[in-house]
Design a protein around this ligand. Structure first.
Ligand SMILES: [Zn+2]
Length: 375
């Protein structure tokens, strides 16, 4: 029987996924790893190449002197857009299949649940796509992350205190986003982005330290949602019984001690200015404040290590400044941990401001890679 030239099998998807995971590989490596014949590999590589998903990136010297061609994914063959909505900013990030940031924009713009705001968002979306020559054929979808708890339908919201949102938000946004789109919790999205960008495939706990505190827990790059989509609501763990009042109505929550506002309130809402002044070192008040901030944060990190026994990534707007202080911070956590002195499991985030937007776009990249044979 002659093989249909356009026939796609499960091998087609598996070959694409293997090349994606390995970054580059030879025909022989694919045949061996997937236990399929070389003619089947060749047939599917031809199909993937014709469709613009894979390319031959040149020869590689194998041991023994023979040259073998290397195949790689075409990173820009598909793109996804992530939009992050916060109280004060609107960010857009266009990423390709390899999670490289193709373009991004961050606008200072206060959130309002209004048609005018969503129309503005729609115009920014159209602009970034047309500027980069991205049409509906290459765009996989748009992920919108917000500081809200999103139901499992990714369209309705079960809890929103940080920003005010009304009913039927998704439907009202849809009028301005003419592509497939879904809503995501900001901290979950940011955690997902950090988990994908790190080389580790192990468990990861992500602490999102921004205007509000949240987080995420990932197992093998998969977000754990829990029964009510509330896994990772670390901001409302109690760290000081009867302590400061939290916006949720309770007392002593981590959010009341470790939100970015605790620091930025001293510099007119500008977190960058706080860390700049801290670095200058001439304000002992800021040093004491940040030292106390790290003391509370260390309690949270120690507790998370006890719960999950996984890597812990410090993210969000504060996490982005933690590199300079990580050694001191690790010592604080080590002093609280009864089991271990080693603190290499505490890491600083990779992304500075765009993690939530990247993570919401990753949803579409993940979906595409998982179902490429059906596209
Ligand atoms: Zn709370």
């Amino acid at each position: 029987m002659k093989m249909d030239k356009t026939y796609k099998t499960r091998d087609y998807g598996n070959i694409f996924r293997l090349i994606y995971a390995m970054k580059r590989c030879t025909r022989q490596q694919i045949a061996e790893k997937l236990s399929i014949s070389l003619p089947t590999v060749t047939h599917n590589l031809n199909l993937l190449t014709q469709r613009g998903l894979v390319y031959n990136s040149g020869a590689h010297h194998a041991t023994g002197g023979r040259k073998a061609n290397l195949y790689q994914c075409v990173a820009d063959s598909r793109l996804a857009l992530g939009i992050d909505i916060t109280r004060r900013h609107l960010s857009l990030v266009l990423i390709n299949l390899e999670l490289q940031i193709v373009d991004k924009k961050r606008i200072r713009c206060a959130f309002q649940d209004s048609d005018a705001y969503f129309a503005h968002m729609g115009r920014e979306l159209t602009e970034i796509l047309s500027k980069n020559g991205v049409d509906g054929g290459r765009l996989l979808g748009v992920g919108v992350s917000m500081p809200v708890i999103v139901n499992s339908d990714q369209k309705s919201i079960s809890y929103a205190e940080v920003i005010n949102v009304g009913e039927n938000l998704y439907e009202r946004m849809a009028a301005h986003i003419p592509y497939p789109f879904l809503l995501f919790n900001d901290a979950n999205s940011a955690g997902l982005a950090e988990s994908w960008v790190s080389d580790s495939s192990g468990d990861m706990t992500y602490l999102f330290l921004s205007a509000s505190v949240g987080g995420a827990h990932m197992t093998g790059r998969q977000l754990q949602y829990g029964a009510n989509q509330r896994t990772g609501e670390f901001g409302h763990m109690c760290i000081v019984p009867g302590g400061r009042r939290c916006y949720c109505g309770q007392r002593g929550c981590l959010d009341a001690y470790c939100s970015a506002k605790i620091l930025s309130d001293f510099t007119g809402g500008n977190l960058g200015a706080f860390f700049e002044a801290l670095k200058q070192g001439d304000n002992p008040g800021y040093r004491r404040l940040f030292d106390q901030y790290m003391d509370y944060l260390a309690i949270a990190v120690k507790n998370l290590r006890m719960c999950y026994d996984s890597d812990i990534v410090l993210g969000g707007t504060v996490g982005a400044y933690m590199s300079d202080y990580i050694d001191v911070f690790r010592q604080k956590v080590a002093a609280l941990n009864p089991f271990e002195r080693e603190t290499g499991y505490i890491r600083v985030c990779h992304y500075k401001t765009e993690a939530a937007a990247v993570g919401s776009a990753i949803y579409y990249i993940n979906e595409f890679i998982g179902t490429v044979e059906n596209q």
